[in-house]
Design a protein around this ligand. Structure first.
Ligand code: PNS
Length: 171
């Protein structure tokens, strides 16, 4: 039998940006696990809106008053990050059937790489099931309103980022 450590769960993702569906999953995870580490992948994608450091700062501030939530970034394999934290539980949100195949493949690959790894899927509130970071970026990038879809401080950062993009400073 594999050994899982349920004291700590890792919620990995890109979180570029964090939206209310993610917040809902974190809220659920803290009801189940004593400690939740939000792990932000430090990928080198040029499509990223915010740098990993900006995301850690932004999300870290949101949870500054919640002692059971810690926000960190990681690079490389998720299972290496789990081992570094002495964790075995991976939290992932499952919004719809369309998420299933990708999530199932990841869960099984992670288990193959680290047999103690156990992925726990949590479902967000129905009102967030269509929400994704990609859509949030697309909508605000085209001038649409994303208030009510992301936490207020994240909305401020998004607006500032897109204002800068549409009105670059003149010299
Ligand atoms: O929010 P996302 O982008 O769907 O999150 C994907 C993430 C970060 C969980 C996944 O890409 C990941 O774990 N990347 C780390 C590299 C890794 O371990 N790859 C093999 C996983 S099967």
């Amino acid at each position: 039998m594999v050994q899982t450590t349920a004291a700590l769960a890792v919620y990995p993702g890109s979180f570029d940006p964090l939206h209310l569906g993610h917040v809902d999953i974190i809220d659920r995870a803290v009801q189940i696990f004593p400690r939740v580490v939000v792990g932000i992948l430090e990928n080198a994608s040029k499509d990223s809106l915010f740098t990993p450091a900006e995301r850690v700062e932004m999300i870290g501030r949101l949870y500054a008053e919640v002692p059971s939530v810690e926000v960190r970034s990681f690079s490389g394999l998720l299972v290496s990050f789990l081992k570094e934290l002495d964790a075995t539980i991976i939290i992932r949100g499952m919004r719809a059937v369309s998420d299933f195949e990708y999530e199932f493949q990841m869960a099984l690959m992670n288990r193959r790489l680290y047999p103690n790894a156990e992925t726990v899927f949590l479902t967000p509130k129905e009102e967030y099931t269509y929400l994704s970071s990609r859509l949030v970026k697309e909508v605000i990038g085209l001038g649409g309103d994303v208030s009510g879809l992301v936490p207020e401080p994240v909305l401020g950062h998004l607006q500032a980022r897109y204002r800068k993009a549409t009105h670059p400073p003149t010299r």
